[in-house]
Design a protein around this ligand. Sequence first.
Ligand code: SAM
Length: 292
Amino acid sequence: MKRLPMYLHRDKGELWLTENERENLKLSYRIRQVVFEETSPFQHVMILDSYDFGRMLVLDGIVQTTSADGYIYNEMIVHVPLAYHPRPRRVLIIGGGDCGAAREACKHPHVEQIDMVEIDERVVEACKTYLPEVSGNLSDPRVRFLFTDGVRYARQPEGLYDVIIVDSSDPIGPAEQLFEQSFYQHLYRALKDDGMMVCQSQSPIFHAEVMQQTYARMSSVYPHVHMYTAVVPTYPGGLWSFTIGAKQPLAARPRNRFDLETKYVNQEILTGCFQLPQFLKQMINTVETVAI
Ligand code: SAM
Protein backbone atom coordinates (compact mmCIF):
# COMPACT_ATOMS: atom_id res chain seq x y z
CA MET A 1 0.00 0.00 0.00
CA LYS A 2 1.18 3.54 -0.85
CA ARG A 3 2.77 5.51 2.01
CA LEU A 4 0.43 8.13 3.48
CA PRO A 5 1.95 11.65 3.34
CA MET A 6 2.85 13.28 6.64
CA TYR A 7 -0.04 15.02 8.45
CA LEU A 8 -2.70 12.87 6.70
CA HIS A 9 -4.53 9.93 8.19
CA ARG A 10 -7.26 7.50 7.24
CA ASP A 11 -10.50 7.20 9.18
CA LYS A 12 -12.90 4.43 8.08
CA GLY A 13 -11.32 4.48 4.63
CA GLU A 14 -11.61 8.29 4.28
CA LEU A 15 -8.57 10.53 3.92
CA TRP A 16 -8.28 13.41 6.42
CA LEU A 17 -5.88 16.27 7.15
CA THR A 18 -5.84 17.21 10.81
CA GLU A 19 -4.31 20.57 11.58
CA ASN A 20 -2.92 20.68 15.11
CA GLU A 21 -3.92 24.24 15.86
CA ARG A 22 -3.14 24.19 19.59
CA GLU A 23 -3.17 21.77 22.49
CA ASN A 24 -6.95 21.54 22.71
CA LEU A 25 -7.98 22.48 19.19
CA LYS A 26 -7.57 20.43 16.04
CA LEU A 27 -9.21 21.19 12.70
CA SER A 28 -9.89 18.34 10.28
CA TYR A 29 -10.58 18.50 6.55
CA ARG A 30 -11.72 15.54 4.46
CA ILE A 31 -9.39 15.17 1.50
CA ARG A 32 -10.32 13.88 -1.92
CA GLN A 33 -6.80 13.64 -3.34
CA VAL A 34 -3.15 14.48 -2.70
CA VAL A 35 -2.23 16.60 -5.72
CA PHE A 36 1.38 17.42 -4.80
CA GLU A 37 3.68 16.48 -1.94
CA GLU A 38 7.33 17.23 -1.30
CA THR A 39 9.70 18.08 1.51
CA SER A 40 11.55 21.21 0.43
CA PRO A 41 14.74 22.45 2.16
CA PHE A 42 12.47 24.65 4.33
CA GLN A 43 9.22 22.81 4.97
CA HIS A 44 6.82 20.03 4.06
CA VAL A 45 4.70 21.23 1.10
CA MET A 46 1.38 19.78 -0.05
CA ILE A 47 -1.37 20.78 -2.43
CA LEU A 48 -4.48 18.84 -1.43
CA ASP A 49 -7.88 18.63 -3.03
CA SER A 50 -10.38 18.89 -0.18
CA TYR A 51 -14.11 18.28 -0.25
CA ASP A 52 -15.31 21.59 1.21
CA PHE A 53 -12.51 24.08 0.45
CA GLY A 54 -11.31 22.81 -2.94
CA ARG A 55 -7.56 22.81 -3.52
CA MET A 56 -5.45 24.02 -0.61
CA LEU A 57 -1.81 24.80 0.09
CA VAL A 58 -0.59 23.08 3.27
CA LEU A 59 2.84 23.86 4.76
CA ASP A 60 4.11 21.72 7.64
CA GLY A 61 0.55 20.46 8.12
CA ILE A 62 -0.98 23.97 8.37
CA VAL A 63 -3.50 25.17 5.77
CA GLN A 64 -2.22 28.40 4.21
CA THR A 65 -4.81 29.22 1.59
CA THR A 66 -7.62 27.56 -0.32
CA SER A 67 -9.48 27.91 -3.60
CA ALA A 68 -12.67 28.56 -1.67
CA ASP A 69 -11.63 31.58 0.39
CA GLY A 70 -8.03 32.54 -0.44
CA TYR A 71 -9.29 35.61 -2.28
CA ILE A 72 -10.64 37.16 0.95
CA TYR A 73 -7.25 37.15 2.66
CA ASN A 74 -5.24 38.09 -0.46
CA GLU A 75 -7.52 40.95 -1.46
CA MET A 76 -7.55 42.31 2.09
CA ILE A 77 -3.80 42.21 2.67
CA VAL A 78 -3.13 43.94 -0.67
CA HIS A 79 -5.93 46.34 -1.60
CA VAL A 80 -6.27 48.04 1.78
CA PRO A 81 -2.70 49.46 1.89
CA LEU A 82 -2.60 50.05 -1.88
CA ALA A 83 -5.89 51.97 -1.77
CA TYR A 84 -4.77 54.20 1.13
CA HIS A 85 -1.22 54.89 -0.04
CA PRO A 86 -1.15 58.20 -2.00
CA ARG A 87 0.99 56.91 -4.87
CA PRO A 88 1.95 53.23 -4.72
CA ARG A 89 4.51 52.48 -7.42
CA ARG A 90 7.01 50.08 -5.92
CA VAL A 91 5.75 47.18 -3.79
CA LEU A 92 7.63 44.55 -1.80
CA ILE A 93 5.93 41.30 -0.79
CA ILE A 94 7.69 39.14 1.78
CA GLY A 95 6.48 35.53 1.79
CA GLY A 96 3.29 35.12 -0.22
CA GLY A 97 4.45 31.91 -1.95
CA ASP A 98 0.95 31.06 -3.15
CA CYS A 99 1.26 34.17 -5.42
CA GLY A 100 -2.25 35.35 -4.48
CA ALA A 101 -0.99 38.64 -3.00
CA ALA A 102 1.21 39.40 -6.03
CA ARG A 103 -1.70 38.58 -8.30
CA GLU A 104 -3.88 41.14 -6.48
CA ALA A 105 -1.13 43.78 -6.51
CA CYS A 106 -0.88 43.36 -10.31
CA LYS A 107 -4.48 44.60 -10.61
CA HIS A 108 -3.28 48.12 -9.72
CA PRO A 109 -2.36 49.77 -13.02
CA HIS A 110 -0.09 52.39 -11.38
CA VAL A 111 2.08 49.81 -9.63
CA GLU A 112 5.31 49.59 -11.63
CA GLN A 113 7.30 46.91 -9.78
CA ILE A 114 6.50 44.14 -7.34
CA ASP A 115 9.47 42.47 -5.67
CA MET A 116 8.40 39.16 -4.19
CA VAL A 117 10.84 37.76 -1.65
CA GLU A 118 9.90 34.17 -0.85
CA ILE A 119 12.19 31.77 0.96
CA ASP A 120 10.85 28.64 -0.72
CA GLU A 121 10.86 28.44 -4.51
CA ARG A 122 9.10 25.07 -4.39
CA VAL A 123 5.97 26.66 -2.87
CA VAL A 124 5.77 29.13 -5.75
CA GLU A 125 6.30 26.41 -8.36
CA ALA A 126 3.71 24.11 -6.77
CA CYS A 127 1.10 26.90 -6.50
CA LYS A 128 1.66 28.14 -10.04
CA THR A 129 1.18 24.60 -11.35
CA TYR A 130 -1.44 23.11 -9.05
CA LEU A 131 -3.26 26.04 -7.41
CA PRO A 132 -4.22 28.38 -10.29
CA GLU A 133 -7.40 29.44 -8.48
CA VAL A 134 -5.15 31.35 -6.06
CA SER A 135 -1.95 32.00 -8.05
CA GLY A 136 -3.75 32.89 -11.27
CA ASN A 137 -0.77 31.39 -13.13
CA LEU A 138 1.00 34.64 -12.27
CA SER A 139 3.22 35.80 -15.13
CA ASP A 140 3.08 39.62 -14.98
CA PRO A 141 6.44 41.13 -16.03
CA ARG A 142 6.22 43.65 -13.15
CA VAL A 143 6.72 40.80 -10.64
CA ARG A 144 10.36 40.06 -9.80
CA PHE A 145 10.83 36.84 -7.80
CA LEU A 146 13.70 36.77 -5.32
CA PHE A 147 14.09 33.40 -3.64
CA THR A 148 15.78 34.26 -0.38
CA ASP A 149 15.07 34.83 3.30
CA GLY A 150 12.88 37.91 3.75
CA VAL A 151 14.59 38.75 7.05
CA ARG A 152 17.99 38.90 5.39
CA TYR A 153 16.64 40.78 2.36
CA ALA A 154 14.93 43.41 4.54
CA ARG A 155 18.28 44.59 5.93
CA GLN A 156 19.47 45.95 2.57
CA PRO A 157 17.10 48.47 0.92
CA GLU A 158 16.83 52.07 2.07
CA GLY A 159 13.90 54.31 1.11
CA LEU A 160 13.03 52.07 -1.81
CA TYR A 161 9.44 50.90 -1.38
CA ASP A 162 6.03 52.60 -1.20
CA VAL A 163 4.23 49.60 0.29
CA ILE A 164 5.58 46.46 1.96
CA ILE A 165 3.26 43.47 2.42
CA VAL A 166 4.35 40.78 4.86
CA ASP A 167 2.34 37.75 3.77
CA SER A 168 3.88 35.28 6.16
CA SER A 169 2.96 31.90 7.49
CA ASP A 170 2.43 31.48 11.26
CA PRO A 171 5.29 32.59 13.56
CA ILE A 172 6.99 29.22 13.69
CA GLY A 173 9.82 27.80 11.58
CA PRO A 174 11.18 30.12 8.84
CA ALA A 175 8.49 32.76 9.48
CA GLU A 176 9.24 33.27 13.19
CA GLN A 177 11.57 36.21 12.60
CA LEU A 178 8.99 37.92 10.37
CA PHE A 179 7.20 38.87 13.62
CA GLU A 180 10.27 40.37 15.33
CA GLN A 181 10.63 44.04 16.18
CA SER A 182 14.05 44.28 14.48
CA PHE A 183 12.41 43.08 11.25
CA TYR A 184 9.81 45.88 11.45
CA GLN A 185 12.66 48.35 11.98
CA HIS A 186 14.42 47.15 8.84
CA LEU A 187 11.18 47.45 6.88
CA TYR A 188 10.76 51.02 8.18
CA ARG A 189 14.15 51.88 6.70
CA ALA A 190 13.28 50.15 3.42
CA LEU A 191 10.18 52.35 2.99
CA LYS A 192 10.02 55.79 1.38
CA ASP A 193 9.03 58.77 3.55
CA ASP A 194 5.33 58.24 2.89
CA GLY A 195 5.55 54.44 2.90
CA MET A 196 3.51 51.91 4.81
CA MET A 197 3.73 48.23 5.66
CA VAL A 198 1.05 45.68 6.42
CA CYS A 199 1.20 42.23 7.95
CA GLN A 200 -1.23 39.52 8.88
CA SER A 201 -1.39 39.64 12.66
CA GLN A 202 -3.23 36.38 13.34
CA SER A 203 -6.48 35.57 15.14
CA PRO A 204 -7.64 38.00 17.86
CA ILE A 205 -9.30 35.05 19.59
CA PHE A 206 -6.88 32.16 19.29
CA HIS A 207 -3.58 34.06 18.91
CA ALA A 208 -4.34 37.06 21.11
CA GLU A 209 -0.81 37.24 22.44
CA VAL A 210 0.83 37.27 18.98
CA MET A 211 -1.69 39.84 17.75
CA GLN A 212 -1.10 42.16 20.70
CA GLN A 213 2.64 41.70 20.49
CA THR A 214 2.62 42.51 16.77
CA TYR A 215 0.59 45.66 17.40
CA ALA A 216 2.94 46.69 20.21
CA ARG A 217 6.09 46.01 18.24
CA MET A 218 4.84 47.90 15.20
CA SER A 219 3.67 50.80 17.40
CA SER A 220 7.15 51.19 18.79
CA VAL A 221 8.54 51.56 15.26
CA TYR A 222 5.77 53.32 13.25
CA PRO A 223 4.05 56.57 14.30
CA HIS A 224 0.70 55.48 12.80
CA VAL A 225 -0.58 51.96 13.40
CA HIS A 226 -4.04 50.73 12.43
CA MET A 227 -5.68 47.36 12.69
CA TYR A 228 -8.36 45.98 10.41
CA THR A 229 -10.12 42.62 10.15
CA ALA A 230 -11.80 40.22 7.78
CA VAL A 231 -13.44 36.85 8.17
CA VAL A 232 -11.46 34.06 6.48
CA PRO A 233 -13.27 30.73 7.07
CA THR A 234 -10.10 28.62 6.64
CA TYR A 235 -8.27 30.24 9.52
CA PRO A 236 -9.03 29.15 13.09
CA GLY A 237 -11.96 31.12 14.45
CA GLY A 238 -12.57 32.83 11.10
CA LEU A 239 -11.94 36.37 12.35
CA TRP A 240 -8.48 37.48 11.19
CA SER A 241 -6.47 40.63 11.93
CA PHE A 242 -4.14 42.71 9.76
CA THR A 243 -1.96 45.56 11.00
CA ILE A 244 -0.76 48.59 9.03
CA GLY A 245 2.26 50.60 10.11
CA ALA A 246 2.58 53.94 8.31
CA LYS A 247 5.16 56.74 8.34
CA GLN A 248 2.47 59.39 7.62
CA PRO A 249 -1.10 59.61 8.95
CA LEU A 250 -3.52 57.40 7.05
CA ALA A 251 -6.03 59.34 4.89
CA ALA A 252 -9.64 59.32 6.10
CA ARG A 253 -10.68 57.39 3.02
CA PRO A 254 -9.10 55.58 0.05
CA ARG A 255 -7.29 57.76 -2.52
CA ASN A 256 -9.78 57.02 -5.32
CA ARG A 257 -13.09 55.26 -5.63
CA PHE A 258 -12.22 51.55 -5.74
CA ASP A 259 -13.14 50.01 -9.09
CA LEU A 260 -10.86 46.99 -9.53
CA GLU A 261 -12.27 43.58 -10.34
CA THR A 262 -12.42 41.75 -7.03
CA LYS A 263 -14.59 39.21 -5.22
CA TYR A 264 -14.46 40.56 -1.67
CA VAL A 265 -13.04 44.08 -1.43
CA ASN A 266 -15.18 47.04 -2.46
CA GLN A 267 -15.36 50.69 -1.51
CA GLU A 268 -17.45 50.02 1.62
CA ILE A 269 -15.16 47.22 2.86
CA LEU A 270 -12.13 49.50 2.44
CA THR A 271 -13.52 52.00 4.92
CA GLY A 272 -15.55 49.63 7.11
CA CYS A 273 -12.74 47.15 7.78
CA PHE A 274 -11.12 49.52 10.30
CA GLN A 275 -14.25 49.45 12.50
CA LEU A 276 -13.16 47.07 15.24
CA PRO A 277 -15.36 45.07 17.60
CA GLN A 278 -15.29 46.33 21.19
CA PHE A 279 -13.18 43.48 22.63
CA LEU A 280 -10.53 44.03 19.96
CA LYS A 281 -10.42 47.78 20.57
CA GLN A 282 -9.88 47.07 24.23
CA MET A 283 -7.18 44.52 23.46
CA ILE A 284 -5.10 46.98 21.46
CA ASN A 285 -5.82 49.96 23.72
CA THR A 286 -4.28 48.11 26.61
CA VAL A 287 -1.21 47.12 24.63
CA GLU A 288 1.96 48.80 25.79
CA THR A 289 3.62 50.55 22.88
CA VAL A 290 7.10 50.26 24.27
CA ALA A 291 9.65 47.94 22.71
CA ILE A 292 9.17 44.28 23.61
N1 SAM B 1 -1.87 33.54 3.67
C1 SAM B 1 -1.14 32.59 4.38
C2 SAM B 1 -1.43 32.52 5.86
O1 SAM B 1 -1.70 33.55 6.49
O2 SAM B 1 -1.37 31.41 6.37
C3 SAM B 1 0.32 32.62 4.17
C4 SAM B 1 0.74 32.91 2.77
S1 SAM B 1 2.22 32.35 2.13
C5 SAM B 1 1.94 30.69 1.73
C6 SAM B 1 3.43 32.31 3.42
C7 SAM B 1 4.81 32.11 2.82
O3 SAM B 1 5.80 32.69 3.65
C8 SAM B 1 5.24 30.66 2.61
O4 SAM B 1 5.25 30.38 1.25
C9 SAM B 1 6.63 30.57 3.24
O5 SAM B 1 7.53 29.80 2.50
C10 SAM B 1 7.00 32.05 3.29
N2 SAM B 1 8.03 32.36 4.29
C11 SAM B 1 8.13 31.90 5.57
N3 SAM B 1 9.22 32.41 6.17
C12 SAM B 1 9.81 33.24 5.26
C13 SAM B 1 10.97 34.05 5.30
N4 SAM B 1 11.73 34.11 6.38
N5 SAM B 1 11.28 34.76 4.17
C14 SAM B 1 10.52 34.70 3.06
N6 SAM B 1 9.40 33.94 2.97
C15 SAM B 1 9.06 33.22 4.06
